[in-house]
Ligand binder design. Structure first.
Ligand code: URA
Length: 239
């Protein structure tokens, strides 16, 4: 017997946290009864129904999507905007690992493996995420040093970042550069540049750990190779 949220996570329904929300929302039935208590235990031999669908144990799968701008990174959107799930029509019930903003493009990983997602999304994450960024104004060395050392964003202090490939467009008065960060807090890159007086005009995630967009066009997805999954496991913190 295991906690219901753990079973849902293992079956690839959602991350453990999301599964807890689903239970509290009354979306989960065990042997014909709606269960809303988080401590409830069950086993795979029980009949578990989520959103009207019977739970099946699926193989673990891992994908990368080249997310285009103009899609939200949730599975459902309250404003009926297009979601990243519309772009990855696979038979397994996969969910995105973390988020990219509506107007951000680039690498977005998907899985039905809750343990893998949790390890990669651990708050003290160590997996590098590389972004190419276009910002307003001409970026100064001092600002670069500040961001590289880590800045206080009010609710948290950013870990050291790396900034490189800085190119100025003096005519348009903007700068294009690359930044590598290890955390993935909400709007983190935008907030970091905002902190030093620059507006992010364009943002693209070029790399997540060892996974890049090589050979992919916007909207494409592909399964991760086994060595990529193993490498990501090794890069993440096992919790
Ligand atoms: N940082 C942001 O501000 N937005 C993203 O989409 C990703 C990182």
């Amino acid at each position: 017997m295991e906690r219901l949220q753990k079973i849902l996570q293992r079956a690839g329904v959602a991350s453990r946290r999301k599964a807890e929300e689903m239970i509290l929302e009354g979306r989960v039935q065990v042997n014909g009864e709606i269960v809303t208590a988080l401590g409830t235990k069950a086993s795979f031999s029980d009949e578990i129904i989520v959103d009207g669908k019977k739970l099946k144990v699926e193989d673990k799968v891992y994908y990368v999507l080249y997310k285009p701008e103009g899609y939200v990174s949730t599975t459902k959107d309250e404003f009926n905007r297009l979601t990243v799930s519309d772009l990855i029509p696979v038979k397994e019930r996969v969910f995105p690992i973390g988020r990219l903003d509506y107007d951000t493009s680039g690498v977005l990983l998907f899985t039905n493996d809750g343990d893998f997602a949790n390890a990669l999304m651990h708050p003290t994450g160590v997996v590098e995420k590389e972004y190419s960024v276009k910002i307003s104004g001409l970026f100064r060395k001092e600002s670069s040093k500040l961001l590289e050392r880590g800045v206080d964003l009010g609710d948290f202090h950013t870990q050291p970042a790396k900034i490189f490939n800085v190119e100025y467009d003096k005519q348009k008065q903007n700068t294009i550069l690359s930044i590598v960060i290890t955390e993935g807090k909400y709007h983190q890159v935008k907030r970091m540049f905002d902190m030093v007086g620059h507006k992010v005009l364009k943002l693209k995630r070029e790399r997540y750990g060892c996974v890049t967009l090589k050979g992919m066009n916007k909207g494409d997805y592909r399964p991760l190779k086994i060595h990529e999954v193993k490498k990501l496991w090794n890069l993440s913190i096992n919790i």
